[in-house]
Design a protein around this ligand. Sequence first.
Ligand code: NQM
Length: 360
Amino acid sequence: MTVADPIDAGIPCMLMRGGTSKGAYFLASDVPIDPAERDDLLLRIMGSPDPTQIDGLGGAHPLTSKVAIVSTSTADGVDVDYLFLQIAVDRPVVADAQTCGNLLAGVGPFAVERALVAAGEGSTTVRIRLLNTGDIATAVFPSAAGRVEYDGGTRIDGVPGTAAGVEIELAAAPGKRLLPTGSPADALGGHRATLIDAGMPVVLLDAAELGVAGDESPAELEARSDLAAEVEELRLRAGPLMGLGDVAAQTVPKMILLSPPRSGGAIGTRAFIPARVHTSIGALMAASVAAAVRIPHTVAHGLAAAPSDADVTDVEHPGGTLPARVRVTRDADGAWHAASLSLRTARKIFDGRVFPRPRL
Ligand code: NQM
């Protein structure tokens, strides 16, 4: 179906916070099928390209310039499909090479809000296929009397107050490699790096090798243009090694600088996503870091304090700590695998029709 330019009528849209991110959620049937038409519409809805996104929904930061597109799934045993799109803030670019574990927290509730899935009594379980990566998530969240319960007592660092917990179990797509190069550490532009993907492809580097202590604020790191240039050069080298091809226009891999823990956790992180520095850390990024902490000979293993619990790795970030629950296993061929369980929260902010600005 081709959707007419909806400047006059608007299109149905729900704005939600998912974890430590915020984005616009749409039913796939409400946006154009053609990717070029769809992306043009989404850029105008979010107000990109413009550093302030003043004429759209975007919040002038990658963490608040995100879109989730949801539809009933045709896959066996799956309820809904979720396509994530990162809308660049100051460039006319829509990137689809990554998923987002934070917006993922809102997908199950959104599916109930839009009647794709019936709310359970007490809780609702939604099986979600992540179209960007092929991974499958199972989300469980409280619901009652046919409605999602958003209020609750779960606190996540980076979000004020508390809300209802959304538990998300992530299983990797069949055949996907946790260590894409097959090695726990590789040489990358004169550095030792771990290339790992437990739901989010990341490159792990020892912060000290890049002159970073690990307790700098995101703003301090962003102000160092020499550092940003070196990190980007390493990212462009890592993309093909991770099977991602040329990543110049993509937002993965994420570049994570690791340091020994400072606040009683397992490891310190500063994540380039990839141009801005994350104010906390993505849930799937943290899962990738936690998996690496548990695999010998990775950059993370060497820097981490021993995780205190069998499954939980406390990943420190600029806004606090994210307890990442990840289990790694090794198969008979020596290949490593990871399954993760994240605890996030989500909140419906508004539901209505959004009016895209006209083409520039
Ligand atoms: O890793 C930011 C976020 C993310 C990713 C980004 C994410 C995750 O914090 O699970 O959610 O992709 O740049 O929302």
